[in-house]
Design a protein around this ligand. Structure first.
Ligand SMILES: [Zn+2]
Length: 94
């Protein structure tokens, strides 16, 4: 209870574009499990780019989608922090 007015603005595109998922701790990198403390695309993207070498072979959207599924499956097996599933996304900024 209390103030729940903290606005999280996890963008679902970050899953597909940057291999990040939303958790109760913040956006989390599916590749190295690093949690970014802020819901900022700049930070997420910057972190993603540190993995560009290991992801260089994922060229097609299907490859990326498969990799995302694989990483999400793994993530669910070793849970550490609740994964937040978004059924709807509110966008507070454009
Ligand atoms: Zn990472």
């Amino acid at each position: 209870m209390g103030d729940t007015g903290v606005r999280k603005s996890f963008d679902l595109d970050w899953e597909r574009d940057y291999f990040f998922i939303d958790t109760s701790n913040g956006p989390e990198c599916l590749i190295c499990e690093k949690v970014i403390s802020q819901y900022k695309k700049f930070n997420v993207k910057r972190h993603y780019q540190t993995h560009s070498n290991e992801l260089a072979n994922l060229v097609s959207p299907i490859d990326r989608a498969n990799k995302l599924q694989e990483l999400k499956m793994k993530r669910q097996l070793n849970q550490d922090g609740e994964v937040i599933t978004h059924f709807d996304v509110f966008v507070f900024q454009s």
